[in-house]
Design a protein around this ligand. Structure first.
Ligand code: ATR
Length: 283
């Protein structure tokens, strides 16, 4: 890697940020394209977030990714907001101009859809209801993505009913809430079911979901990527469903930011995936 005095600067702001795979991902692309630039982790506590963000363009930064817990705060902190980020209610990518102006966008919905299209060619969201488990920030991006892909109905299921109701209200249209106890039944007629909860992550119990009523043609997508194959995906694979893991969403969401900061549109390849996966093993 070459880092000269003119190197382009970008990074990821989170708290904590030590587990982020984004530095490994972006620096792989920088190396691959021989770009004089660097992408650094930026651990920033919530109380310092807005101030830290304003300082970065003054230090020459071209932009940042924003991760947990700052995505909602970033929405309020930027000067210009992309309409999609407004709909999702969160910002994950910020581009900084030389005069210090901050432009916020959200590439999580794109990451979700692009990875789905790459993993299941020919998938049509229009062919049935989309079932989303969870109602946090990730669920919002997934719900917007599936709405825009033409899902005729969005069924939202969350352990805490009030959060599901809030999300359905924000989405409007064909989104509605199904009670947690009805989650197995609501898989009937679905074209896709997506886990956006933390269940199934390393150190967490598996998502408690009986797949027996899910149509054989349905796709099962888990946005968890550590481990890559969750118990949910293993069960779905065992039943013959097409399955999609969470790592590709992370890789694809990074493309637009890299292009804006470093001037090259990078590709998501098997080599990149293997490189990032190796980083997962080292955490
Ligand atoms: P993110 O922004 O990454 O989506 P989040 O806002 O913390 O993260 O959301 C985590 C999701 O996992 C929520 O839907 C949460 O359900 P609650 O709204 O009821 O908290 C879900 N979740 C976490 N632990 C869970 C558990 N033990 N069983 C079921 N759902 C769980």
């Amino acid at each position: 890697m070459t880092i000269s005095g003119k190197a382009r600067l970008a990074g990821v702001m989170g708290w904590p940020v030590g587990h982020s795979l984004s530095p490994r991902l972006h620096n792989y692309w920088l190396d691959l394209h021989g770009i004089d630039g660097v992408f650094v982790p930026l651990p920033v506590a919530p109380e310092h977030f807005a101030q830290a963000l304003r300082i970065l363009p003054r230090l020459g930064f071209r932009g940042v990714n924003v991760t947990v817990p700052h995505k909602e705060a970033a929405l309020a902190a930027v000067d210009r907001l992309d309409p999609l980020a407004r709909r999702i209610g969160a910002v994950n990518t910020i581009v900084m101009s030389e005069d210090g102006t901050l432009s916020g966008s959200n590439t999580d919905a794109y990451g979700f859809s692009a990875h789905l299209a790459a993993s299941v060619p020919g998938f049509s969201a229009a062919s049935g209801a989309a079932v989303i488990i969870g109602a946090g920030g990730a669920a919002r991006a997934v719900a917007v993505a599936l709405t825009d892909m033409g899902a005729p109905e969005i069924r939202i299921i969350n352990r805490t009913l009030a959060r599901a109701e809030e999300l359905a209200l924000a989405l409007g249209g064909s989104a509605h809430v199904v009670d947690w106890s009805g989650r197995a039944r609501t898989l009937e007629g679905a074209s896709i079911v997506v886990n956006t909860t933390t269940q199934g992550m390393a150190g967490q119990p598996a998502l408690d979901l009986d797949l027996s009523r899910l149509p054989a043609s349905a796709v099962v997508y888990d946005i968890v990527y550590n481990p890559l194959e969750t118990a949910l995906l293993a069960a779905a694979r065992g039943r013959g469903h097409r399955v999609v893991d969470g790592l590709g969403m992370l890789l694809h969401q990074a493309v637009a930011g890299f292009e804006a900061w470093f001037g090259v549109r990078p590709e998501v390849t098997a080599q990149l995936r293997a490189h990032v996966l190796a980083g997962l093993g080292q955490r």
